[in-house]
Structures are given as C-alpha cells and as structure tokens.
Ligand binder design. Sequence first.
Ligand code: PPS
Length: 571
Amino acid sequence: MSDVLSNTDPIAELFVSPESAVKMKREAADLVGWDLTPRQLCDLELLMNGGFNPLRGFLGQADYDGVLERMRLASGRLWPIPVTLDVPAAFAERIEIGQDVALRDPEGVPLAILSVSDKWTPDKAREAAAVFGADDRAHPAVSYLHDRAGEVYLGGPVTGIAAPTHYDYRARRDTPNELRALFRKLGWRKIVAFQTRNPLHRAHQELTFRAAREAQANLLIHPVVGLTKPGDIDHFTRVRCYEAVLDKYPASTTHLSLLNLAMRMAGPREAVWHGLIRKNHGVTHFIVGRDHAGPGKNSQGEDFYGPYDAQDLFAEHQAEIGVEMVPFKQMVYVDERAQYFPSDEVEKGLTVLSISGTELRRRLREGLEIPDWFSYPEVVAELRRTSPPRARQGFTVFFTGLSGSGKSTIANALMVKLMELGGRPVTLLDGDVVRKHLSSELGFSKEHRDINIRRIGYVASEITKNGGIAICAPIAPYAATRAGVREMVEAFGAFVEVHVATPLEECERRDRKGLYKLAREGKIKEFTGISDPYEEPGAPELRVETVSVTPDDCAQEVMLKLEQLGLIGVA
Ligand code: PPS
C-alpha cells in the first residue's frame, strides 16, 4: 500500500495561508481555549508540519481503536502510536461535538483550531496493553498515561495557524518540507537517518558512517529534542555534543537536524513510527538498533521488549513504511588494531574494549578518566560541563524533626562548616525564617504546612539546580510531602534527609521557646507532637540523636555523611 509520496515531493501541511492565519488568530480569542501540555505541543508541531502525515488532526475514536487493535487507521493506513488530545473531564464537559477549540501554547498564543469530531473516555489499561505491551507503570509512557494524561480524549481535524516558537537552535530545526527541499537542492537521493536521544561517541560515528557507506547514501543525524526518556541528558548539552561530532564526518556527507518529537519509548511500535516520521522527512533508509526506543526494565526487572523485536516489526512493514531498514551493528573497539569493528567481525583472541552507559555515568560522576578511544575530547568536555562530579554539584540537606528538636542549631553549625570548606554558595532555609519571609500568611493546618514545605522544596530545588547547597530545617511532619520535595530536588541533585530524632519528652523538657507549655494549656492549637501528628521518616539518609550528642557533633556526623556520599571532598 505504498501510495506514499516520493521522497522529494512536498508533503501536505495543515497550515492555512498567512492572511487566513491572521483572521483565525483573531477569531480564536472567542473560542474555548486549551493550553497544550508539553507533549501535546510536540505532537501538534509534527501534525501541522506534515511530520505525522497522513494524520490530519488528533485521532478520533475509530482511528484510535484501529491503532490500538491493528496498528492501522480506520482507512487501513499503517499508524502504530495513538496521537490523542487528552484533557481533564471537567474541561471535556464544556465541549460539544462540532465545537471549535483554540489550541494554545504555554503563553496563550493560539497555534491551531481543533474541530472536535470525537470525545470519549478511553480505557487506559487497554491502551497501555495494546500499545506498550503491558499495563505496567514502570514504563514511562504507561505511567504518563495513568498519572498525568487527562481522562477524556478529544479528536478531530486540526487547522494550523502558526508553528510553535523555538528560541533554541533555530538553524538546526527543519520541517519535513525543509529537509525534502534541502535534499533536492543537494542532489541527495539516498539518505540514511539515525535516530538518537543520547550523546554520540566514537562507536556511533563509526556505525552511522559505515551504514551510510554500505547503503551508498548520505547521512542524516536526526536526534530527538522534544521529549525523551525521563533522566536523559538535556537536549542543550546533546546538541553541543552533536555539533562537535558533525566535524568528524567527511565534508558534505552528513546533515544534522533536530526533531521535536515527544517519544513514547514504545520499542517495536515506536520504531515503525520513527520510520514513518522519517519517510515524511524525505529519508530513504533508517538505522534500527538493538532495543530501539526501549523503556528499560518492567516492574519484574525484565526487559519490556526483546532486543530485536523492533527490527522484526520494522522489517515486516518496511515496504509499507517506504523506508529501508539498516540494522544497527554493535561496534566495538579492538585494542590491537586501534580501530572499531562490528562485533561479529572481530577475530578471535583480540582484545575488545567497551564502556557501558552506566560506567560512563559513573566516570562522569566521579570525575574519572574517559579514554579517547571511547569518545571525542570535545564531547567529553561538554558532558563534564553539564555533569560535574558530585563534589561540585548542588545538593540539599533536609532536616526534619519536632519543634525544639535542635534542627536549627545543627543546621546553623552545618552551614558554617560548609562555608569554611568553600566552593559552593550555601543557603539556610530555616523553619522560622521561611515563615517570616516566604510563608508569613500561613498557619499550621495540614494544608498550610504542605504549602509551606512545597515552597521550601521549590527554592531548594532551584538552589540545587544552580549548583548551590540548600539546608532546610522545617518540622515537615508529613512523609508524603517530604517525598514530594525529594522528587523535586532529585531532578537536579542529591537530597539528603536528616531526621533529628529528639524524643518528644526531651523537646518538651527543654521547651526553649515555651511553646510546649502553651500547647499543653491549649493556648496554641495544632501543635506538632501534642495536638498534631508527626510522621517519622522511615529511611532517612541519616538519623541524629541529640540527647547525648552535642549539636556540633551532630553537624559533624552530617559532614561525614556528605563526604561518604561524595558530595564534599576533593573535586
Ligand atoms: S511546618 O510544619 O514544617 O510547616 O512547620 P515550620 O514551618 O517548621 O514551623 C515550625 C515553627 O513554628 C513554631 N510554631 C509551631 N510549630 C508546630 N506546631 C504549631 N502549631 C506551631 N505554632 C508555631 C515553632 O516555633 C516551630 O519552630 P521550631 O524551630 O521547629 O521549634
């Protein structure tokens, strides 16, 4: 069924003419508006610019069912991934079939109009099983589907007003038609595309160039800069790395273009999707590797997909996709030859060297050597800039404990010790101080305490992100709220929870501020430990005991913990 276009003809976009766009933009102000999520924004861009051809909008229910059950649209065309517009039930209630909805970017600028033809509540467990192979939240897209996506899907054709604005790497972003035009202009008739969400090292350069040479084709390095797997290296760093590697290919053989795709990590189905998207971008060949777009391990600790499932599914459909698969060869470095070879071509008895992704991250974290045979010095330098060793990254020390347990005293001592060490700015977010400067309007209800702690968490995460040390010392009585702060901070650096485990009787005996007495007399309501709960941390990084240990010694215990975690010391 290759009624697919040739590789050089222009592809259909969903944009209206510039004159109509001006008019529609004005009219959009009177429509119900939907602010697109980051994923929907990526999807809309590729819908509008033809990257998702033959889709003409967000899937309706018949197409959705076909995609789930048969990997096909209702028309019979191959399409493996549901591209749906999920919204909360409360928003969906305001929408009638036939209504137009303005789809807006995060600043509220209308980018497109959706003419709603379908509205339904999907069975998410069914979608997860059909598309991702298992309804298991260890899969990032399944967790997204259940925990972040809205309950209701809106489907229908999309009319494009404007492409989303990008301020970064504009010259490196090409629409399908821009790439097609470029290939036409350069006279490139065969093009091998390489999809990636990771930095490229020498082995990748070798394998991509070898793939292009074998296919007698030019090469398109086509990395994803939309949404990739959570925890991946940010695209700013990656693009700087790609630019460094680009210089290693012979002149005029290779083009680098950034693809604003929101990946789903759907393994085999994703590989087919990637092929269709690349076909739309004018390529003729596509490299599919071992465990292509793999999501990692499931909740049983096993791989979601077999290592060659993606290659098998792609091979089965490649005529229909209209792109020839180039199976990815595992490249290894042979020490005696000082060269890379496909692993199946290495003579017996030779020394094969390799560094896994995990080992690379360890070496970066610990500031250890990364050899030249593995990567290019420019790439390593970029990675080191973004991932300095732990002893130079930001982190947060989060003290929690009852009022009067000694949190502030220990936190102050710790701050001074860290300042004595130098190298990173230190900020103390003490409970009382925060309540004075950030949370002066809040009381001590559960709701208010949670708001207070989340504010502290946000500030600490920003400090951590920017390479500083945040020391927090609130009571933070609720475990779930502390877990939320941990998650916020761990996106950027280490979170070290320290439970100041002074027993209630001791805090009350000390009663440094006289508050326990007032609480016992009922003059202070909702007092932690007396008339309000304190949930002890189950597994803090450190628990300190203050009855027989001085605050100075407790601070020293924290310093030793930080040293043990690699957060302080020689960088
Ligand atoms: S929380 O629960 O984390 O938001 O509390 P926090 O911001 O750390 O504020 C605790 C300080 O406020 C004083 N205070 C009270 N504490 C607990 N319960 C009640 N009802 C209360 N009312 C006032 C008290 O001085 C706490 O300071 P510390 O330094 O913990 O003793």
